[in-house]
Write a protein that binds this ligand. Structure first.
Ligand code: 2P0
Length: 325
């Protein structure tokens, strides 16, 4: 069969129990499990156009040429599985700012995995695509699935059981997300480098690892029983503990801006005033506020008016990665 043109879309995801640190950098195996929600309006669309004239894959992101190195290595795995040569023009667009702690690598590699599966006619299962997406970026394994998703740490040395699985669909508990964007610049320390430095030098890293399994159990239970207060407690604790371990690295990894802290304070005030909302923060300065649908408007308005908040993005829980016609 010829190599086909293929298109796919994948939503970004936000971890409620964080992934921070790798046990194997070559295979990209995380040190712990993690748990996330996949989003609908923050997504990557990717088109793979086979081009026999190319000696190597070309990459265009948001209408501009972009560095193809990671993508070439990723597509090499699919070429090896298919036993085929063949290079692509890869054309991607993000519906949100790139490299600012909004997990663009998650939606990017999930969309690429689904598109490459179709382009090479491989017919791989979602679980297998999750394993492959993980090798592009750890968080991408989770964006293969929609709704609430749990990523396993896995035990197998080759990483074959280090995959995500759906925990509950978006309809189980239709929470919504407000992202307060406090900076649109690319972050100064990549998450891979931040993780590496934390693992090697932070005295709090072992305590972080020890806490994750307990947090995963609490988050799983609170999602399955739709216990908002319990999920708020564990998600905020997981995010703050991740940042605490990174802050204690040498030199300390600081992702927060002043406006990040202002947002955290505001979210806690809103919760004290009776709104169901909690925060999380990834490897960047943006704050993600997770809330019930009826509280999204007041949460978005309250965060948008804080000094240092450039804009707010809004999303619902969304589906897993899909092929586009
Ligand atoms: C997460 N983050 O669980 C955590 C919390 C950022 C903070 O997954 O090196 O881009 O490509 O496997 O997936 C961001 O890390 O890292 C991330 P790689 P990735 O969402």
């Amino acid at each position: 069969m010829d190599i086909q043109e293929a298109r796919a879309r994948a939503g970004s995801n936000i971890a409620l129990v964080k992934y921070w640190g790798k046990r194997d950098e070559a295979l990209n195996l995380p040190a712990t499990g993690s748990l996330s929600i996949t989003l609908d309006t923050l997504h990557t669309d990717t088109r793979l156009v086979p081009d026999p004239s190319l000696a190597a894959d070309q990459f265009e992101l948001n209408g501009r040429p972009a560095d193809p190195a990671r993508l070439r290595a990723f597509l090499d795995r699919f070429r090896a599985l298919a036993g085929r040569e063949g290079h692509f023009q890869v054309i991607s667009s993000n519906s949100f700012p790139t490299s600012a702690g909004l997990a663009s690598s998650a939606s990017a590699f999930a969309a690429l995995a689904v598109a490459a599966n179709r382009a090479f006619g491989l017919d791989l299962s979602p679980t297998r695509l999750s394993e492959l997406a993980r090798q592009g970026s750890g968080s991408a394994a989770r964006s293969i699935f929609g709704g609430f998703v749990e990523m396993a740490r896995g035990e197998a040395p080759d990483g074959s059981d280090c995959v995500a699985r759906p925990l509950a669909p978006a309809e189980h508990w239709p929470l919504e997300v407000v992202v307060a964007v406090t900076s649109e610049e690319a972050k100064s320390v990549s998450s891979s480098e931040g993780m590496r430095r934390t693992m090697r030098t932070s005295p709090y890293y072992p305590a972080w690892v020890e806490q994750v399994d307990r947090d995963l159990a609490l988050a799983r239970e609170s999602i399955l029983s739709r216990d908002f207060a319990a999920l708020a407690d564990v998600a905020e604790a997981s995010a703050l503990a991740m940042h605490a371990s990174a802050l204690a690295a040498r030199p300390g990894v600081i992702y927060f801006k002043p406006a990040t802290l202002a947002c955290l304070e505001r979210v806690r005030e809103l919760r004290a005033s009776g709104l169901d909302v909690f925060f999380t923060v990834d490897a960047g300065p943006q704050v993600k506020a997770i809330c019930r649908p009826e509280h999204r408007r007041p949460v978005a308005d309250a965060l948008a008016e804080l000094p240092g908040v450039h804009r707010v993005l809004e999303a619902r829980l969304g589906p897993g990665a899909v092929e586009l016609p």
